[in-house]
Design a protein around this ligand. Structure first.
Ligand code: HMG
Ligand code: MG
Length: 297
């Protein structure tokens, strides 16, 4: 009962790179994004307008957006607060992702606010973005587990998602920030969200810390989800979630889906060329199954 098509939301240029200690040159990021687009990716997080003191890697956000935005794809930027959204307004970007975790301990480390404080600040900002016609995505961190608080109840995640829906967001990207969910939990939460939030785009965002991400994607597909955040090369992780590794690798997800007859529109060979560009600049090895075989050949 799988869908015919699924959408890949490439988060490598943002989630993939934000955790890299050494600054990846802006021109390398631009070429990475260009090649990702050439591979057929139609939705992508380009960068984030966060505090450069907190995340120095994203300090070139304005330049990245100016150079990389194109009309034929949904180019998304992250913004945590009013200052971030003001910076977005100075660019041509039309799609914004805000982010809040279900867990307060995580929020304190990531955005220096509780969930309630963050939501209070975001409500008028999202209303304004919607009035101006922006596409708004809300990223829900620690939707399954928190690195500080442990298990998060599905009801708590549902409740934060419902609050965002009441603010008018277009999409919810629901994240296993530390890569600790198992397929039963993935199925259960996404089936619940699908049932309770029928009018909102639902996207699954899995990190591959415990190598559960592909299994979790299959379980989410079975729960009716057809949108997945993935990162080319499996790069990345959140700097404020200790132990979290990269997102599930785009190439492994594309391979799995295409082999199962679920079309993604992404060309694997061209995707490998995108990873080639960024690989010499990152500190972690690229360990995805698809890319390892590509390098051997
Ligand atoms: P703060 O220090 O509490 O901010 O940080 P503040 O409001 O007190 O402002 C302090 C200074 O920062 C001021 O400058 C502001 O102007 C400036 P000063 O007056 O001292 O010169 N400032 C900014 N500058 C640029 N852009 C901004 C901005 N905001 C304030 N947007 C803040 C609060 C939210 C800014 C900070 O905590 C922050 O930037 N956090 C971002 C952390 C981050 O990027 N995390 C990774 C993304 S989330 C993620 O990866 C999870 C996800 O992948 C899903 C998953 O897997 O879970 C999405
Ligand atoms: Mg993430």
């Amino acid at each position: 009962n799988l869908p015919k098509k699924a959408t890949i939301i490439e988060v490598g240029p943002r989630d993939g790179l934000q955790n890299e200690k050494n600054f990846v040159p802006t021109d390398v990021k631009k070429e990475f994004i260009l090649r990702l687009k050439q591979s057929g990716v139609k939705e992508m997080e380009l960068t984030s307008f966060v505090s450069p003191k907190w995340v120095p890697q994203m300090q070139d956000a304005g330049e990245i957006v100016d150079a990389c935005m194109t009309m034929d794809s949904r180019d998304i930027v992250l913004a945590p607060n009013k200052r971030g959204i003001e910076r977005v307004y100075e660019t041509g970007c039309r799609s914004v992702a805000v982010f809040v975790g279900v867990s307060d301990s995580f929020n304190q480390k990531n955005i220096n606010k509780t969930s309630e404080e963050a939501m209070k600040g975001l409500a008028p900002l999202i209303a304004e973005l919607k009035e101006k016609g922006y596409f708004v995505r809300a990223c829900i961190s620690t939707a399954f587990y928190c690195p500080y608080e442990g298990k998060i109840l599905p009801e708590a995640t549902l409740s934060l998602c419902q609050e965002f829906v009441s603010f008018g967001v277009d999409e919810l990207s629901v994240a296993d920030t530390v890569g600790r969910a198992n397929p039963s939990e993935a199925y259960h939460l996404f089936a619940l969200l699908k049932k309770e939030l029928p009018g909102t785009l639902l996207t699954a965002h899995f990190h591959d810390t415990r190598k559960m991400a592909l299994a979790n994607i299959l379980a989410s597909l079975e729960a009716g989800i057809d949108r997945f955040d993935t990162s080319a090369g499996g790069l990345g992780g959140c700097p404020f979630a200790p132990g979290a590794t990269g997102n599930v690798a785009t190439e492994d997800v594309v391979y799995m889906l295409e082999e199962m007859g679920v079309s993604t529109g992404v060309d694997l060979e061209k995707l490998a060329l995108a990873i080639d560009v960024v690989k010499p600049h990152i500190s972690r090895p690229v360990e995805s199954g698809y890319y390892r075989l590509y390098e051997l050949n």
